[in-house]
Design a protein around this ligand. Structure first.
Ligand code: SAM
Ligand code: SF4
Length: 332
């Protein structure tokens, strides 16, 4: 220890986790994530997979140990498995993970596992086909369920379900979702909706359902034991006495987690975002394109960008959104 280069921000937080959005496009249109008539970034403005790999390599050389590929729906990007293979072959990278809506997993799960992905997150907010359709606007529940089964068959070490919980949409399904997770040997995290981008489909303040309410609902059916486990992220975890399943809560409103923040995010256009809930950013696309063969300017740009990392987010569901980008541009 000590010799490893480290990315440290002004508040003494070490950054060792990079999330990469490989596309802002998606085959679903979840109501909390994007507008129905969303305009995607023109393909010419996206980083190429090679540019993403270069940026990822620079981060790993600067001490990043975990990379999560996300989107948009990452598995809709052509040839994305090349990127997984390249990242999976980086010896210093300890963890390569993926967040997906699952629809493409029947096609890709095995290839991802072979590329070195050991854990994945699959988003599913409802087990009811009509509700699933209403929340995703276009989705078919069965496709995501097939994706979950494909992931189980591919033998990932851990699979975690993610559910964004909205009052009067799916809040009454949390027990069913936990039952499903327990039956299939999966973990599950419940997420409070974050005010990213304008959504007109529902009122975010009215739809707010706090993690503590979910915990209370679950405790009517299950004994849940708090754990001190920390996956290096914002989730708080609970266990059952009789199951391997863990239940996590990501609670940006009710339990702020910025003090331990260890992550930064790269958008599909190459903007490095220092905080999900703020606009501080550095344009890494400009740097990689201006210096296609020299790694040093990119390295310097990344080190300098750490100085921009703000203390924390200021999410307020009752105020007008201050962040105009939707979640699909940064990938959660
Ligand atoms: N398409 C993939 C998926 O849905 O898993 C990856 C990208 S998606 C943006 C990543 C995660 O962010 C998903 O679990 C999704 O439910 C969550 N998410 C999207 N919009 C959100 C919002 N406004 N607040 C909280 N979570 C959100
Ligand atoms: Fe697509 Fe994921 Fe956003 Fe849903 S949450 S619209 S699946 S990017």
């Amino acid at each position: 220890m000590g010799l490893q280069p480290e990315l440290v921000d002004r508040f003494g937080r070490s950054v060792n986790y990079l999330r990469i959005s490989v596309t802002d496009r998606c085959d679903l249109r979840c109501v909390y994530c994007m507008a129905e008539d969303v305009k995607f970034v023109p393909r010419s403005q996206l980083l190429t997979l090679e540019e993403i790999e270069r940026i990822a390599r620079a981060f790993v050389e600067l001490g990043v140990r975990k990379i999560r590929i996300t989107g948009g729906e990452p598995l809709t990007r052509s040839n994305v498995t090349h990127l997984f293979r390249a990242l999976g072959a980086m010896p210093s990278l300890r963890e390569l993970t993926l967040t997906t809506n699952g629809t493409q997993l029947p096609r890709y799960a095995r290839e991802l596992r072979e590329a070195g992905v050991r854990r994945i997150n699959i988003s599913i907010d409802s087990l009811d086909p009509q509700r699933f359709r209403a929340i995703t606007r276009t989705g078919k529940l069965q496709r995501t369920l097939d994706g979950i089964e494909a992931a189980i068959d591919a033998g990932f070490d851990r699979i975690k379900l993610n559910a964004v919980v909205l009052k009067n949409r799916n809040h009454d399904e949390v027990v069913d979702l936990v039952r499903f997770a327990r039956r299939r040997g999966l973990d599950i995290s419940f997420i409070e909706e974050m005010p990213l981008g304008v959504v007109v489909e529902h009122d975010r303040a009215e739809a707010f359902y706090a993690s503590d309410e979910i915990l209370r609902d679950l405790r009517r059916h299950y004994q849940l034991l708090p754990t001190t486990e920390n996956s290096g992220g914002p989730a708080r975890y609970y266990r059952f006495p009789d199951s391997e399943t863990r239940v996590g809560f990501i609670s940006p409103h009710s339990h702020n987690f910025c003090e331990q923040c260890n992550r930064v995010r790269l958008t599909a256009e190459g903007r490095l975002l220092l905080c999900l809930g703020q606009e501080h950013s550095a344009d890494l696309r400009r740097v990689v394109r201006a210096h296609p063969t020299d790694p040093e300017p990119l390295r310097q740009a990344i080190i300098e960008a750490m100085q921009l990392k703000p203390k924390g987010h200021e999410f307020d569901l009752r105020a007008e959104p201050v962040i105009f980008r939707h979640m699909n541009t940064t990938g959660g």
